[in-house]
Design a protein around this ligand. Sequence first.
Ligand code: C5P
Length: 337
Amino acid sequence: MLMLSTDCFLCYHPSLMATVVRSFAKINIGLRIGPLREDGYHELRTIYQTLSFHDLIKVEFGRGAGIEISCDNPQVPTGESNTCWRVAERVLKALKVRGKVHITIEKRMPVQGGLGGASSNAVAAMLALEKALKMRLAAGQRLRIASEVGSDLPLFLIGGTVLGIGRGEQVYALEDLPTLDCVTAAPDVGVSTPAAFAEWDRKLTGQVASDRIRTFSQSVYEWLNGSRFPSTGVPAKGRGRAETLLLDLVRAGIVNDFESVVFPKYHPIREVKRVLERSGADYASLSGSGSTVYGLFAKRSKALEAVRQLGQSGVPAQAWKTLTRDQYWKELFPRTG
Ligand code: C5P
């Protein structure tokens, strides 16, 4: 039951209904790093794509005060630095609500893995908290809170295939790519994103960085349009749209700039990309700053073969599907009962 307190904050009587939300992973299909900006961030261009791989976020709201986080993975901080904590605090403030929030994170994605786990968890917590409170933030409020907490959060307010610019927080829904099979594999090393950016700065001058970022939109344009309107006007014999799209992706030279600073430092990560390519991935790349490497496949059988080969070489790997925007929103709230 809702009660209005004297200072206009809403207070709740206990309603310990748990709301569970799936928190999906993303991969980066190409990532160009531009010059270091005055605010300490780098200008980016990337395409985000959501995957069926997910954690589970449970939010309980009741009488009292404070935000508590619990997680089955000890690597995840449970205090005020947790992205879920930071989002929950802002949501309560924006909705003018007081009460106790308990967030449980069931972790399946690798921590510091380049799959946007912490960012996705935070957006899932925001949506679950809204649902638990039976209140909604305006779209603009959601976006403001998400981009305040981190550059990779806003993409999870869109889902599917998303263009990211600025520091990655300015997001635009792209026409969804067809559903593809995606294998993810993460060697047991955590890569620090700020450290990877710092390494990039040591390697490149700002001038080169801005040149490279200019070529990104051209490559993406050629990739997406090349696949839809093949130059011959005739789809390649025996190839479906997914396979044509993946071959064009390689041809367009869409790459993740982090590979050039992460691979020389972490050889096992580079090796995972080689195994994926050898086992038939149509396109393989580091996601974000790693450590996850993914492979996209037009054929399921090849994806499963890659999982087997990676497993044999001692790197746990799993096969997922890419999620379109519709699938993302449909699957976000698990059906109950
Ligand atoms: O935005 P987020 O908190 O995820 O960023 C973590 C760190 O990564 C930033 O503090 C910054 O050092 C680096 N970063 C960057 N340029 C970006 C995004 C992140 O330099 N576009």
